[in-house]
Design a protein around this ligand. Structure first.
Ligand SMILES: [Zn+2]
Length: 489
């Protein structure tokens, strides 16, 4: 009997909601907040560019291993050592002054480096980082290890398979006057025949990452525990038929391979092509995805300010991404409050459950938006779901925990951060029914799991429910981690 009561008490302790008062983060000093949010389970990372997430030190180490060179004038890693001003990468690793200058060049850590704005230093850094596609798996491993170190186990990473081949089909076919006609012409030219090669790109990257992390061995690294899915990203530069070819290959690849879960459009949103073709790109996405109904879509939108684009150009970006293209998630959305009818757009996003992937630290560097002025607080007030993510942590030299700290500086409470972390799985593009009936609210779990959320293992009908849904499986794991974390206070 005693043992029965003890096990009953244990079961109740596991299943009962946390009763202690949540901590007041606004009263924590910088060190306390940093340590607290580092171990806080952050659910997932929904906005992370695989190429921009790698620290400069790793890029330099790989350049040395691969026998690459550094352009001594541009301070850029190059794939060849044939040409002027090129010195072996090893020279830079072994000399502190040279190494430091190269890290400055590959990141945004030195404000005003060579007179560039944060925006220009950030976007030009990609061309200097010498990120070889052959090292993408090493980069993925680094990213996953970083998330595991921060108690976070789901990643939806942006990845670009078959870039050259797909855009070549677009260049050959040309623009046929509208998205529907161009889509038919791209298919007739055999674009979808590239799907097996795109899947093979994913195989290579994932296999290499698992090899680096020693997965399936006794020495398996914690990063092996992170679930990875890819967003097929296309570049919003060049003629629209080339961007469309990438997106169309993405739609076909997502349909064929469940490791790919959605689309993204990338490149500086304020560039000449991104700006002049913005409307065309939205119509292309709408055509290819049936406004997001056939294929999940996340779009960078509103990652601009009036320093970068005209008021007219800024006035409709998020609105069109939602209403024209059918985006289910918006990357950044910083300029939404400056758009025409911003309140109505935000209200509709809240109604539809369109989430904003907020990147406070990236926006501070690239857009010069002070964290205290970031619209994260306004979005929450409007009922728009939000998640926190890093963008390109290898260039900005940040970590996901740092974005959570910045969110507190923007006024977020512990409850807000708990919602943001849960949103990072609930609004992922993982298939399956979610554990919660009220995403962004999190008061009502599905009936099968009522009273069980946070326990170590699901039981009965809940076990069957969780086993049958990829999304619910990740949510179950997160709730267990959250319960363990909250047991400390
Ligand atoms: Zn981004």
């Amino acid at each position: 009997m005693g043992r029965f009561l003890a096990s009953l008490a244990l079961a109740l302790a596991v299943a009962a909601p946390a009763t202690a008062a949540p901590p007041d983060l606004s009263k924590m000093g910088a060190a306390e907040l940093s340590a607290f949010l580092r171990s806080f389970p952050k659910g997932g990372e929904l906005h992370n560019h695989l190429g921009g997430g790698i620290p400069a030190e790793d890029l330099l180490a790989w350049a040395v291993e691969d026998g690459l060179c550094v352009d001594a004038v541009e301070l850029a890693i190059r794939p060849t050592c044939a040409g002027e001003n090129l010195r072996p990468a090893a020279d830079y690793q072994g000399n502190e002054a040279l190494r430091s200058a190269l890290i400055d060049s590959l990141t945004t850590r030195a404000p005003g480096f060579r007179g560039r704005s944060g925006h220009d230093q950030f976007f030009t850094a990609f061309g200097r980082r010498g990120m070889s596609p052959l090292r993408a798996g090493d980069g993925l491993a680094e990213t996953l290890e970083g998330l595991a170190r921060q108690n976070t186990f789901y990643a939806e990473l942006m990845f670009t398979p078959q870039f050259v081949a797909s855009r070549a089909v677009g260049a050959r076919v040309g623009w046929k006057g509208d998205p529907a006609a161009t889509k038919a012409a791209l298919s007739a030219a055999g674009l979808e025949g590239l799907v097996p090669a795109a899947r093979a790109d994913a195989d290579r990257v994932l296999n290499r990452a698992r090899e680096v992390m020693k997965c399936d061995t006794q020495q398996a690294r914690p990063g092996c525990q992170v679930t990875v899915r890819f967003l097929f990203q296309a570049m919003r530069e060049g003629p629209p038929e080339q961007t469309m070819a990438q997106l169309q290959l993405g739609v076909a690849t997502i349909a064929a391979d469940n490791r790919f879960v959605g689309l993204q459009l990338v490149a500086p949103e304020d560039s000449f092509d991104a700006t002049r073709y913005y409307d065309t790109h939205m119509r292309i996405v709408a055509e290819l995805t049936d406004q997001g109904r056939r294929t999940p879509v996340a779009l960078h939108a509103g990652e601009v300010t009036l320093k970068l684009v005209t008021p007219k150009s800024q006035s409709h970006r998020v609105r069109d991404a939602v209403f024209v293209a059918g985006a289910r998630r918006i990357g950044h959305g910083v300029a939404l409050p400056q758009e025409t009818d911003a309140d109505a757009t935000a209200a509709e996003m809240a109604r539809r459950g369109v989430l904003v992937e907020v990147q406070i630290l990236s926006n501070q560097v690239i857009l010069e938006v002070d964290p205290a002025d970031h619209p994260y607080a306004w979005l929450r007030k409007k009922g728009v779901p939000v998640a926190l993510s890093t963008d390109d942590s290898g260039i900005t030299r940040t970590e996901l925990s740092g974005d959570y700290v910045a969110a507190v500086r923007n006024g977020a409470t512990y409850a807000d951060l708990r919602t943001a972390a849960r949103n990072a799985i609930a609004f992922s593009f993982l298939p399956g029914e979610g554990l919660w009936l009220d995403p962004n609210g999190y008061r009502r779990p599905v009936a099968a799991c009522a009273g069980q959320v946070g326990a170590a293992e699901p039981k009965g009908a809940c076990a069957a429910f969780v086993a049958g849904s990829e999304k619910a499986r990740e949510q179950w794991r997160h709730e267990r981690l959250l319960r363990e974390f909250e047991a400390r206070f």
